[in-house]
Design a binder for this molecule. Sequence first.
Ligand code: M6R
Length: 613
Amino acid sequence: MCGIFGFSGKQNAEEILLQGLKRLEYRGYDSWGVATTKPENEISLRKEVGKIPAFDSTQKHTSITKTHNIGIAHTRWATHGGVTQINAHPHFSTDDSFALAQNGIVENYQEIREELSNAGYKFVSETDTEVIVRLIEREYESILKSQKENETNLFAAICSAFSKLEGRNTIIVLAKNSQEIIAIRNGSPLVVGKSAENEIFLGSDYLSFANRTNSILELDNNQGVIISSRNGNEIKMFSLNSKEHGEQINFLPVEFKTTEMIDSTVDKGEYADFMIKEINEQPDTILAATSYVEKDFSELTLAAKAAKKVYLVGCGTAAFAAQQIAYYMRKLAQVEAVELKGYELSSYREIFGEKDLMIAISQSGETADTIEAAELILAKGGKLASVVNMQGSTLSRLSHYKFFSRTGPEICVASTKAFTAQIAWGYLLAMGITGKFAEAKENLENASQAMQTLLNSENLHKQIESVVDLSLDKEHFFVLGRGLNFAIALEGALKVKEISYKHFEGFAAGELKHGVIALVQKSTPVFSIVSHDETKADMLSATAEVKTRGATTVGISPENNELFDYHVTVPNLGDLAPLVNVIPFQLIAYSLGKKLGNDVDKPRNLAKSVTVK
Ligand code: M6R
């Protein structure tokens, strides 16, 4: 959801802010805005609906702002209020003395808005964000009644207003008179970077400025920073002691740390879209995700063996990876592991305990529902492990055992390479628990080569195109999987749904006769994922049952079968079959989406990082 960026330095702020926003665009992409200023100047605000443009120095507005060297910016994924220029952030104070952008949802915005409206405050947008702006104004006015006007009053008003917000909110404020950026984090992420030239960057993730510095300052919840451009970009870091005592501010030592350099390349290279680039990176990324030595897993292995129960938690695609990993833990390592959706926690609240282990799976490490689950297990005294792709993200910072997918940035909103990286990691963990770490590594090497051969295969692309042509004028599709491939049926269906906007539904093949078969009519496309495992015979029976009722069958399988009307050939990889079985769905999603004229990297209504509940 939403991305925040801030900059203070000697360069043209608008140019740097637009570049930063572009790198954050994956977090939300319906509208955007930048606010910049310089001493003795008004704040210049530019807000637009649509995609973030490349910086263009010839545009008229840039001549006004090109000397501005401090500013804030925001890319929006609308929650409260439609996609309009007025609702885009940043939002101005009534006297234009500050501008504010937010990432999160003010859960008590209705109460605050009503209270402020009754007190005479005027609102111009429909957003929950504007409530924060007006609240700061009210707090400022009440501070003024008891004190003389001074520049720290706005800071005090911001802290006071922030303490009254409910929900996970991170805000960034540009103050005209003091020439400062004031930012406070709660829930939604915020990372500060400092370059060798003493430029300061603030971003919703480290990736947004990873091309400029790897010296970072991570903020915990209820911590914030003040960046003063007038004082040579001096940084003050503070914490608000508790939500109840928001005005109680403690200043903290500022300690930047050098983080592992990540592959920060955010370009498509030779590819037309990030999605197809990322699909093609998978032979490498499954190896990067499993480039651990056995010792790296020893503590987690002990914790998994000692745990009363292991919970694998995620949302969306990451939940399907969690499901696949739980399957591996049970099947390959005989560990009692269950998958759990981050947003379906309520019945577990009293069940989690100190003997449990949670393994959180997330590309971003910032998914609000997954973080809530992680916080709950920690509060119950349990252990937390995570496998995330983004360095410095909240989940990894919360974890006792931290692992990284190391796939490089995944920009396409639909997850592909992060998914296969996560399940490859889970396979290594499960095999390692039973002392087969070296064997798992070898199997993963072979899987990587098989994946590469598959992606290079002309036959595969021909088979995919036949299935895509079949699918163009159909609306409802079913995907059947079982055992080893149950999670792949769900993920495969999600992938095509996200990119083609067609109704793909994944089911456990065992469910078919219990109801799902009622949906099958003449020519309904039904995909069956059939591997060489103990479910093969049942999968073929399920395929026969839908074919008998008129379905057009598509087999995803190492070999063809007379039951398949269409066949997509995948290699036989034993327990690692899920790694290649998901690829046909990724490619169908891509090709179908392109043929239908959809934006495959930025599908409608979706955001890459779901940081609100
Ligand atoms: O960053 P996370 O992996 O925690 O994100 C979880 C889901 O929001 C994400 O997988 C989502 O389902 C993607 N759109 C899937 O393609």
